[in-house]
Design a binder for this molecule. Structure first.
Ligand code: ADP
Length: 160
């Protein structure tokens, strides 16, 4: 049973994240999409809202589950007995940060294998920050996120 975790903030989940999840689901028996509670970041969506959006937009993929964690990702992975961690690599600009994090994680837990996947080129420019920015100015986010997330973004910025 090969279990992998895909950690991130997912504030909110984009089509780029979904692309990586779909690819991962082909490689592993179970993919746990794990929302990291980062004390330094103040997310737009609550943990419950992010979990709901991930669940709804990945329900077409049977071997995906959603969870959240605090603390070190290597400790969380060990707790749930996942020995693979997935990260997305969009462009060269991701490389340096991911390279550093990968080596730190490997030093902390040499038993965890880190796998880097490239999304479809249509999503290489995409991140959640850009999506929130477009939504905040009432722009069309449908090229970047699922229909459900488009709706959630509209509701969120109406309330703010
Ligand atoms: P973001 O960088 O959008 O704030 P997260 O912190 O949620 O995203 O990132 C979680 C993981 O998903 C990271 O490995 C990140 O590189 C990857 N990722 C984010 N957006 C994309 C995308 N458009 N295509 C592929 N991977 C992505």
């Amino acid at each position: 049973m090969k279990k992998a975790i895909y950690p991130g903030t997912f504030d909110p989940i984009t089509l780029g994240h979904i692309d990586i999840i779909e690819r991962s689901a082909l490689l592993f028996d179970e993919v746990v999409v794990a929302i990291g509670k980062n004390v330094g970041k103040k997310p737009l969506f609550s943990e419950e809202e992010r979990m709901d959006m991930i669940q709804r937009t990945t329900k077409h993929i049977p071997n995906v589950t959603v969870d959240s964690f605090s603390g070190l990702v290597v400790d969380y992975a060990r707790d749930i007995q996942a020995n693979v961690m997935i990260r997305g690599l969009r462009a060269m600009s991701d490389f340096e940060f991911e390279f550093q994090m990968a080596l730190v994680n490997r030093t902390l837990n040499n038993n965890m294998v880190q796998v880097f996947l490239m999304p479809h080129e249509a999503y290489t420019h995409l991140n959640s920050t850009v999506v929130r920015e477009v939504a905040s100015f009432n722009g069309d986010t449908s090229p970047f996120v699922s229909a459900y997330v488009v709706k959630k973004l509209k509701e969120k910025y109406k309330d703010l």
